[in-house]
Design a protein around this ligand. Structure first.
Ligand code: GTP
Ligand code: SPV
Ligand code: MN
Length: 619
């Protein structure tokens, strides 16, 4: 650890100038850490090694500081509750910036800022931002350490909660430092909650349970592979390995190096005959990835095992097939709606060693959230620390409350979940929340049609980001908030990857668990029953199930989707698969408007797909 007294002398680098080389060996890491400390001026610098002993020390410290509440160990051993500031509960997309040299490289769906101007702004906000706090240095690997699809990073943070969360979500290890010292490339990530305890006047103030700042910056510099995050302590804003690195920065690396960094779950599916399939699925935030990743099939003979629940890195392997890893090592999952009936696997994953954020506290020292059980307890302390009783008119848990837990603790974790070379992908699914139009399942005609489906995904907005919940918005590939470059270039990249894969390209499907009847109820029971759709997809991949062609793709032949034992009214089944030509034509007009935002960067193949869709809908 650096002696803070020495830090003042260390002004020979400017840490915000972006000039640090990513692969510069032995001294670079330490020099960078010293430079960040010289800028932010913490009381001390502590390297976090991810070990159980160090994690235990930090959680005890967080409890002592009032930043974590220890749950009753009888119900939930080694588990904690954090309550955030009510202004810091979700990703802040309007404060998320892509600072590429050229504005067009960020594209119309990202907030672009000129890099030099942003660096000057960051230099100001980070100056002294850690005064009075401890700066943690957290070296981590995304993917198995040293694996062919893996990448290294280091996060500095002035939040012990974030350091410990990173320890659960990634592979934190001193071995990462050895690899960096041996010259391996790494991504630099800097995080401050922006709440110094010592002011410029030297006066020390009291800490609060959830320090943060009203002004927030989530900044990516794609060319120099750097991340600077300020003002928030929550989720994707603060655990920089996750959305900032594994999606925004990694998508740029993937574009440059010919692979894919995606907002996708990965599952291993085994049929009753013992045939193994791997599927990857992109659904927007809070649209069912964790649930599908942990699915307990309602139909006999099928098993689904978990490889990943949020992010996939995919690359063509030596055998020509697309292989995927889950770069993470833990789950940061949505709590509300997670219960014994919907996701029993998640419920049992959370038996202990879990950090809950913004859920409700029971009188017996355990946790509760909407959907955990049918009936709420008679009294709770809600996510804001207020008394709560059923019928009081407020939710007890915040809609974006979450659990943080190690993947290894999941009872359905697949034996190949951390395979060095990843798993071979047989099918890719795109989904979203659509009350209308999009059928339960459809297969794309080919890769190019699949890319069109991915590029045109719309979904009703959820509580995972600040904004109006329920509003329908385009979320191409479920990557709208996460693509680190121009979305139209990203589509072109997907088309190129498909060309290279050729006959090895996975089949592509569109799914929608969220279609509603006129009365507003979900037409499809979802959750474990989604196994019926998974079965059809697997049967299509092996070539044993039929399909009928429609203008929007191939739908299951009647009777080939197993609906046995589901007592679904026939009208509901018909509605689940209805393709209304007029609404689809209206949707085509919106797609054209959407494409026009990207001008000439839209790949001609996608314009051709749109023209062909209109032609067939009119036919
Ligand atoms: P992020 O972590 O934000 O990327 O979200 P995610 O895609 O992993 O979403 P998750 O699986 O956590 O689901 C979010 C919400 O959707 C939860 O409240 C679930 O209960 C609900 N949900 C998931 N699957 C289904 C389904 O099949 N049907 C219905 N009706 N709701 C579902
Ligand atoms: C999402 O919003 O897609 C998440 C949660 O997975 S966060 O890590 O906060 O981005
Ligand atoms: Mn996500």
């Amino acid at each position: 650890p650096a002696d803070p007294a020495d830090l003042d002398d260390h002004v020979d680098h400017d840490p915000v100038d972006g000039a640090h080389d990513r692969a510069d060996g032995t001294d670079a890491l330490h020099a960078w850490v010293d430079d960040i400390a010289a800028l932010t001026r913490p009381d001390e610098v502590v390297w976090y090694d991810g070990s159980p002993a160090e994690t235990d020390r930090l959680t005890k410290l967080l409890v002592a500081e009032g930043k974590l509440i220890r749950l009753n160990p009888e119900w939930r051993p080694n588990s904690f509750l954090a309550r955030t500031d009510p202004g810091d509960v979700a990703r802040v997309e309007d404060r998320t910036f892509i600072c590429s040299e050229d504005a067009d490289d960020a594209g119309p769906t990202n907030n672009w800022r000129e890099p030099e101007g942003m660096r000057a702004e960051l230099r100001d906000v980070f100056a002294g931002s850690m005064r009075g706090r401890t700066m943690y240095v957290v070296p981590f690997s995304m993917g198995p350490l040293g694996g062919p699809l893996s990448q290294l990073g280091v996060q500095v943070t002035d939040s012990a909660y974030v350091a410990v969360s990173l320890g659960m979500m990634t592979r934190v290890s001193p071995a990462v430092v050895s690899l960096i010292e041996a010259g391996a490339p790494w991504v630099r990530t800097v995080h401050s909650v922006g709440a110094p305890l010592v002011g410029a006047d030297g006066v020390r103030s009291e800490d609060v349970a959830w320090p943060c700042n009203e002004t927030k910056y989530i900044v990516q510099f794609p060319e120099t592979r750097e991340i600077w995050s300020y003002g928030s302590g929550y989720g994707g804003n603060a655990i920089l390995a996750k959305k900032c690195f594994a999606l925004r920065i990694a998508s740029v690396m993937a574009r440059d190096e010919g692979w894919l960094a995606e907002h996708m779950l990965i599952v291993k599916v085994t049929s009753p005959e013992g045939r193994v399939f791997h599927f990857a699925a992109a659904f927007p935030s809070a649209c069912g990835k964790t649930n599908l990743a942990m699915l307990s099939p309602s139909i006999p003979g099928w098993t689904v095992e978990t490889v990943g629940d949020d992010i996939a890195w995919l690359r063509q392997g030596p055998d020509g097939r697309l292989r995927a890893i889950n770069p993470e090592a833990g789950f940061f999952g949505v709590a509300p709606g997670t219960g014994e009936k919907t996701n029993a696997t998640a419920v049992s994953t959370l038996w202990g060693n879990t950090i809950f954020t913004n859920v409700a506290l029971r009188d017996d020292g355990d946790v509760w959230w909407e959907g955990l059980t049918d009936e709420p307890p008679a009294h709770l302390v809600d996510w804001e620390g207020k008394d709560w009783t059923p019928g009081c008119g407020r939710p007890a848990a915040h809609p974006n409350s979450r659990f943080t837990v190690s993947a290894a603790q999941c009872p359905t974790i697949a034996d190949d979940w951390d395979a060095f070379d990843g798993v071979p992908i047989d099918a890719i699914l795109f989904g979203g929340r659509r009350a209308t139009n999009v059928p339960l399942v459809a297969q794309a005609r080919d890769w190019r049609h699949g890319v069109f489906i991915g590029a045109t995904v719309s979904s009703e907005q959820t509580a995972a980001a600040e904004g109006t919940v329920g509003e329908l918005r385009r979320d191409p590939f479920a990557m709208l908030p996460f693509c680190g470059y121009n979305m139209a270039d990203y589509w072109a990249h997907w088309l190129r990857v498909g060309e290279r894969l050729g006959e090895h390209a996975p089949a592509v499907f569109q799914v929608n668990w969220f279609r509603k009847g006129d009365d507003g109820r979900f037409l499809w029971p979802g959750f474990g029953e989604n196994a019926r759709v998974i079965e059809w997809i697997a049967r299509r991949v092996e070539g044993s199930a039929g399909a009928v062609s429609t203008p929007i793709g191939r739908l299951p032949v009647v009777d080939e989707l197993d609906l046995d034992g589901l007592d679904l009214p026939e009208e509901d089944v018909a509605e689940l698969f209805e393709v209304d030509r007029a609404s689809w034509l209206a949707e085509c007009d919106l797609t054209e408007e959407f494409f026009d935002r990207f001008g000439s960067r839209v790949p001609p193949a996608l314009r051709a797909e749109l023209a062909s869709l209109r032609y067939h809908l009119r036919g």
